[in-house]
Design a binder for this molecule. Structure first.
Ligand code: SAM
Length: 239
C-alpha cells in the first residue's frame, strides 16, 4: 500500500518511489469504470512504468458506513482485487498498490487489506504513508491544521446537515473532504453559523490547474473537481 501524495508527483516520498520502483506489478484503484487511476497517474510522474504489469481496477464510489454491510458490488470489487494480489504473491511476485494521499485516510487501501487478510493470513504487507491532501492544502494556504489547544476533525462532506452542524459547532478546525458536489449545502450551513469567512476551498491542490477560493461562496455554482478540500479554522494565529 503506497501513499503517493495528493497530486504533485514531487510530493511523493523517497520510500514510495523506492517501493514502486521495486514492484514488478502495480494494482491501482480507479473510481470510474471507463476512467483512469489518479494514483497511477501521480506515481507515473516519478517512476517509470516500463516493463511493469499495470492493472487498473474499478472500485465503485459508494458510501460505506462502518459496522454496516457494505454494498455487495463494492465488497466484490475488494475481494476480486485481493484475489488478484494473492495470485501474484503466490507466484513470488511483489505487488504495489499506489493510492492517493495517505493510505490511512479515506482510501480503498484498508478495505483491500481487510479482504487480503480474510483470504490469506500469512501475508506480508508494507504500508508506506503519504502526504495527505489536507497537509498539502494547509501548506498551500499557509494556515495550520491544528495549533495549541485546537481540536481538529476530519469529515467526509457526505454527512447529513445535523451532524455537520454539530461538528462545525464543536471543533476549532474542520477538514471537509469530498466536498465537490456538496458546496451549496455546506456554504448554506457555514452562513447559518457565521463561519463562511473562516473557510478556504482548495481545488486540485498542487496541480497546474489548482484553484484556491478564499471566498467560498464563489465556488457554489462551479462544477468542482473531486480533488477539492475545504479547510475551516475558527481561530486566528495570534502571538
Ligand atoms: C478518497 S479521499 C482520499 C484522501 C487521501 N487518502 C488523503 O490522504 O488525502 C479523496 C478526497 O481527498 C481530497 N483530495 C485529494 N487530492 C486532493 C488535491 N490535490 N487537492 C484537494 N483535495 C484533494 C479531496 O477532498 C477528495 O475528495
Amino acid at each position: 500500500m503506497v501513499g503517493v501524495g495528493p497530486g504533485d508527483p514531487e510530493l511523493m516520498t523517497y520510500k514510495a518511489i523506492k517501493v514502486l520502483e521495486a514492484s514488478p506489478v502495480w494494482i491501482a484503484p480507479k473510481a470510474k469504470k471507463n476512467g483512469s487511476s489518479s494514483a497511477l497517474h501521480i506515481a507515473a510522474g516519478m517512476v517509470s512504468m516500463d516493463g511493469k504489469e499495470i492493472l487498473e481496477l474499478h472500485f465503485p464510489m459508494k458510501k460505506v458506513r462502518l459496522n454496516h454491510n457494505a454494498d455487495p458490488e463494492l465488497v466484490s470489487s475488494w475481494k476480486d482485487a485481493a484475489q488478484k494480489v494473492i495470485n501474484h504473491l503466490e507466484s513470488g511476485i511483489d505487488v504495489a498498490f499506489p493510492t492517493l494521499g495517505d493510505p490511512a485516510l479515506y482510501s480503498t487501501a484498508f478495505y483491500l487489506l481487510a479482504a487480503l487478510r480474510e483470504q490469506c493470513t500469512s501475508l506480508k504487507v508494507t504500508i508506506v504513508p503519504g502526504i495527505t491532501a489536507m497537509a498539502a492544502c494547509s501548506a498551500k494556504i499557509g494556515n495550520p491544521l491544528g495549533l495549541g489547544d485546537d481540536v481538529v476533525t476530519i469529515v467526509p462532506a457526505a454527512f447529513d446537515d445535523e451532524r455537520l452542524r454539530d461538528i462545525l459547532a464543536t471543533f476549532d478546525a474542520v477538514v471537509l473532504m469530498k466536498v465537490y458536489k456538496k458546496m451549496a449545502r455546506v456554504v448554506e450551513l457555514l452562513d447559518e453559523m457565521n463561519l463562511t469567512d473562516k473557510a478556504v476551498l482548495i481545488e486540485r491542490c498542487g496541480l497546474p490547474d489548482q484553484k484556491i477560493y478564499t471566498d467560498v461562496r464563489a465556488a457554489v455554482d462551479k462544477e468542482l473537481h473531486y480533488f477539492s478540500t475545504l479547510l475551516i479554522r475558527k481561530k486566528e494565529v495570534v502571538l
